[in-house]
Design a protein around this ligand. Structure first.
Ligand code: B12
Length: 243
């Protein structure tokens, strides 16, 4: 596809109309925005002006896509059922909307032969403007005495109640200055709140509290919480109890 001001819209509109109703959100970015903050070993192997799209799941994905997927397809071992569902939704949307385009689809759980993740989901979410990635380095005068603290993305509407599922690279779609990089909303601006957030994410992520750092428009349903707080090995048994 030739570079044109319509390129971004002509990708985002059809993709959004397939995936939004299933509880996903899609955000465009340029490969160069992503590569510019990463070392070469983690770069995507495409020119800077290549169009990519990051796909997030919102709380609604569980009821709109996952439960119907289970109903229709049943459980196909040995893969994780949510990963299977996301793969099904994303690959169906890509093949329906862009049968003529080359799309490199990378999922959050996939690894390269080097054992590095196929894409850094949080970096992609931040540079696309979807969700601010709060990292240890975003806290001045850190109280953790050299300890490694994992960073966390916060979404302006859903707080921490979402996941970053996939990155789609449209290998032949080049975008120019019409795609302007948006800054992600900084919803946790104070040092004290960033410390609370990183501590909740690193030390007690199982209690869900880091997800409420900003008042969320929607959270996971009780059923979704029950599912995700069950150990992965026991989730199939739980699904069977739901019939
Ligand atoms: Co985890 N995990 N994880 N996880 N994990 C992911 C990070 C992710 C994104 C998965 C998802 O949404 N589908 C979510 C986080 C969502 C969010 O941010 N809101 C997630 C979650 C939710 C969890 C858990 C809560 C469990 C769960 O419910 N799934 C726990 C919480 C952490 C804890 O243990 N307390 C959890 C645990 C883990 C373990 C098993 C511990 C590992 C290690 C964690 C880690 O390294 N962050 C883990 C992994 C490996 C991942 C995974 C698969 C890869 C992360 C990774 O290896 N990053 C991601 C999914 C994915 O990304 N594909 C999920 C590599 C490191 C080196 O990257 O620290 O960000 P980094 O460093 C880079 C940036 O700093 C960047 O360069 C660095 C690399 O050189 N950079 C940037 C440099 N300068 C700048 C400047 C800017 C502006 C930017 C944007 C970037």
């Amino acid at each position: 596809m030739a570079a044109s001001p319509a390129s971004v819209e002509s990708v985002i509109r059809p993709l959004g109309s397939c995936l939004t109703k299933l509880g996903f959100e899609v955000y465009p970015l340029k490969v160069g925005w992503y590569n510019s903050v990463l070392p070469p070993s983690l770069h995507l192997p495409y020119p800077d002006d290549t169009l990519a799209v990051v796909v997030l799941s919102t709380p609604a994905m569980f009821e709109r896509a996952f439960l119907p997927f289970l109903e229709q397809r049943g459980i196909q071992k040995p893969c994780d059922p949510v990963d299977q569902c996301v793969r099904d939704c994303v690959s169906t949307a890509v093949s329906q909307c862009f049968s003529e385009l080359k799309v490199d689809v990378r999922y959050d759980y996939e690894l390269l032969p080097s054992r590095k993740p196929k894409f850094l989901a949080q970096t992609a979410a931040h540079v696309s403007g979807a969700a601010f990635y709060y990292q240890q380095s975003d806290v001045t005068d850190q109280p953790w005495a050299g300890k490694k603290m994992f960073g966390v993305c916060i979404h302006p509407s859903f707080g921490g109640w979402f996941a970053i599922r996939a990155l789609l690279v449209f290998e032949d779609v080049t975008v120019g200055s019409e795609l302007v990089q948006p800054a992600p909303p900084d919803c946790v601006p104070s040092r004290e709140d960033r410390i609370k957030l990183l501590e909740a994410f690193n030390f007690r992520w199982q209690d869900w509290s880091y997800r409420d750092v900003v008042p969320p428009a929607q959270t996971y349903s009780e059923r979704q919480k029950e599912y995700f707080s069950t150990a992965p090995a026991l989730r199939l048994a739980l699904l069977r109890t739901w019939g």
